[in-house]
Design a protein around this ligand. Structure first.
Ligand SMILES: [Cu+2]
Length: 524
C-alpha cells in the first residue's frame, strides 16, 4: 500500500493516485464491500491485516566535521538510530515522514518492491512534499541494504542510512553486528560542486539536477535540454580508444575522484573522533560495510585481521578471504571476522588513489585506543579483483538469454557529461522488457573513469568480467572499470514496472548516465 497523509492529520489524504496500484485494488475491494454492505467492518479488517508502520523521519541534523558544525539531512528510524532494521520475516512497513523542509523521495537501494514503491521520482511517483507522510509496505529481502534520497543532490548532504534485514540463519550464527556506513563529505553546497564540475552557474546546476525528474524518461520532451551529441561529450578521440592525458606524467591514466572532499565519514565520524565499538575478546563479528558515498570508492583495510566476505549487496557468496577489500559506490560487503585476541582492531577505509582514510575501531574491554592518522600510504584505484573471485551461493538457474544488449558507457571531464549508449538522461530510449525474459547486458566502458552501475528492482548475476565467464556474485551494483573494462550481467525480468539503470556516481547520474528498463505492460 502506498498512501500519503498530512502529518498529524486524521485519515489518509491521497496524493499519488496514479502510483497506487495496490490502492486501486483496495478501492476495488471497497467498492465490492459497499455493494455487499460490509463496509463498517472494513477499517478494522484492514488494520488487522497490516503491521503498525515504523516511523522513518527524513529530517535535518547538525554534525561536527573537522571541528566545524555542518547542517546535513538524515533518515532516522523508530529507535533514534539512522535507518531501519527488520527482524526475520518482518515486512517493510514504514511511514516515511518528511520533515526535511523540502521535497524528498527515498529509494530502498537493492530491495525488490513493486515499482511504485521503489522511491524513484517517476512522473507517476513524484517526490513527497515537506510535511507529508508516505507509507510503504512490501516484503523485503534479507541482507545489508541501504536507503538514500533519489531527489536532486540530497544524497550528497547525507540523506542516506542503513537498511538491514535480518534472517534466521544469520541470527543463529550468533555474531555481533557492526554496521559501517560510509560517506564523502563537503562543506560546499552540492549545487556548487556540480556547477564547478560542469562549468556552469549554481542556478544552472540546480536546474540540471531538478530537470532529470521533471522530464523523466521522455525522449524528445519539448522542455528537455539541448541534446548533447557525440563530439561534445563522448570520448573525443573516437571509437572506444582510451584518451591520452598528456597533462600527467606517464600519459594514459584513468580519472579518479571528481570531487575534492573535506572529510570521509564512517558512521558520521572521522578518525579524529572515531566510533569505538565494544567487542568481546575472541569476538565473532559480522561487519556490514555500506558505501553510501556520492562520488568516492574505497578499500576496506582490516589491518592484521583476515575477514571472510560472505555476501555482496546483501546476496550470499561462497566465502572469500581477504584483508584489503574494494567497495564501489552503492555496494555493500558482509565480512565475517573472528578476533584473534584482546586489543584494538581499527577497520580503516581508504579513498582510492589517495592515502586519505576514515574508519571505526573495534576494541575489547580495557584496551587502549590509539590515535589513528587520517592519511596513510596511497591506495590503488578500486578494481574488480575481488569481483572476479566471487561465486554466487544462490546463482540464477542456467538458461539461454531472451534479450542480449550492449550498453556503452561514455563521457569525460571536459565537458563534464556522461552517457549510456550515447544518450543523456532524461532523453533516453527505454529498453523494453517482457515479464519472464532472461536478460543479459554487456556493459562496456569507453571512458577514463570507473562506473558503478546500479539496477533498480532486480538482483542480477555477474556472468563475465573483461570477457572471462564467471559464475559471479548476485548483486545490484557492479563496477565497470575504465578504458574498455567490460562486465556482463544477467537477470530475470520478474518485477514489472519502470526501473532506473544508472551510474551510482551522483554527478555522473545527474549529467546523463542513466537509462530506463521498462516492461511492455507499463504505460510511460
Ligand atoms: Cu559513472
Amino acid at each position: 500500500m502506498i498512501s500519503a497523509s498530512k502529518q498529524g492529520g486524521s485519515g489518509y489524504d491521497i496524493r499519488h493516485e496514479s502510483a497506487m496500484s495496490k490502492l486501486y485494488s483496495r478501492r476495488d475491494f471497497l467498492r465490492a464491500a459497499l455493494a455487499s454492505g460490509v463496509l463498517p467492518i472494513l477499517p478494522r479488517f484492514v488494520r488487522a491485516a497490516s503491521p503498525v508502520p515504523k516511523r522513518l523521519i527524513a529530517g535535518t541534523r547538525v554534525l561536527e566535521v573537522n571541528g566545524r558544525p555542518a547542517k546535513v539531512f538524515g533518515l532516522t528510524g523508530p529507535d533514534g538510530r539512522p535507518g531501519i532494521r527488520l527482524a526475520p520475516g518482518e515486512r517493510f512497513c514504514v511511514d516515511l515522514v518528511n520533515q526535511a523542509g523540502t521535497r524528498t523521495i527515498v529509494h530502498w537501494h537493492g530491495q525488490l518492491p513493486p515499482w511504485t514503491q521503489d522511491g524513484f521520482p517517476w512522473p507517476q511517483t513524484p517526490p513527497i512534499a515537506n510535511g507529508l507522510v508516505q507509507t510503504y509496505d512490501y516484503s523485503p529481502i534479507p541482507g545489508t541494504y541501504w536507503m538514500h534520497s533519489h531527489h536532486g543532490l540530497q544524497e550528497q548532504r547525507l540523506m542516506a542510512a542503513p537498511l538491514i534485514v535480518h534472517d534466521d540463519a544469520e541470527l543463529r550464527e550468533d555474531r555481533q553486528e557492526v554496521v559501517v556506513m560510509l560517506h564523502d563529505f563537503t562543506f560546499r553546497a552540492p549545487d556548487e560542486v556540480l556547477a564547478t564540475l560542469t562549468g556552469t552557474s549554481v542556478d544552472a546546476a540546480r536546474a540540471m539536477a531538478q530537470r532529470a525528474e521533471e522530464t523523466a524518461g521522455r525522449k524528445g520532451a519539448t522542455h528537455a535540454p539541448e541534446p548533447r551529441t557525440a563530439g561534445m561529450a563522448a570520448d573525443a578521440p573516437g571509437l572506444g580508444m582510451p584518451t591520452m592525458d598528456m597533462s600527467r606524467p606517464g600519459g594514459m591514466q584513468m580519472d579518479l575522484n571528481d570531487v575534492h572532499y573535506d572529510a570521509f565519514l564512517a558512521n558520521d565520524r572521522t578518525l579524529a573522533d572515531p566510533e569505538i565499538v565494544q567487542v568481546e575478546r575472541g569476538g565473532r563479528i559480522r561487519l556490514r560495510i555500506i558505501n553510501g558515498a556520492t562520488s568516492s570508492q574505497f578499500w576496506i583495510d582490516l589491518g592484521e585481521l583476515v575477514g571472510r566476505v560472505v555476501a555482496t549487496d546483501g546476496h550470499r557468496v561462497q566465502p572469500v578471504e581477504g584483508s584489503r577489500l574494494p567497495v564501489a559506490m552503492g555496494q555493500r560487503l558482509d565480512i565475517l571476522i573472528d578476533l584473534p585476541r584482546a586489543g584494538t582492531f581499527p577497520i580503516l577505509v581508504r579513498l582510492e588513489g589517495t592515502g586519505r582514510q576514515t574508519g571505526i575501531v573495534l576494541a575489547t574491554p580495557g584496551a587502549q585506543i590509539p590515535r589513528i592518522a587520517d592519511s596513510a600510504q596511497a591506495a590503488e584505484p578500486v578494481d574488480n579483483s575481488l569481483e572476479a573471485r566471487l561465486t554466487a551461493a544462490d546463482p540464477l538457474p542456467p538458461r539461454p538469454a531472451d534479450i542480449v544488449r550492449t550498453i556503452t558507457l561514455r563521457g569525460g571531464m571536459k565537458p563534464y557529461a556522461w552517457s549510456m549508449n550515447g544518450e543523456y538522461w532524461p532523453q533516453v530510449s527505454p529498453l523494453m522488457l517482457r515479464k519472464g525474459q532472461r536478460v543479459e547486458i554487456d556493459l562496456v566502458n569507453h571512458s577514463m573513469m570507473a562506473h558503478p552501475i546500479h539496477l533498480h528492482g532486480h538482483a542480477f548475476q555477474v556472468i563475465a568480467i573483461d570477457g572471462r565467464s564467471i559464475r559471479g556474485a548476485v548483486r545490484d551494483t557492479v563496477l565497470v572499470t575504465p578504458m574498455m573494462g567490460r562486465v556482463r550481467i544477467a537477470f530475470d525480468a520478474d518485477n514489472p514496472g519502470r526501473w532506473a539503470f544508472h551510474c551510482h556516481n551522483l554527478y555522473h547520474m545527474v549529467t546523463g548516465m542513466m537509462t530506463e528498463f521498462r516492461y511492455e505492460e507499463i504505460a510511460a
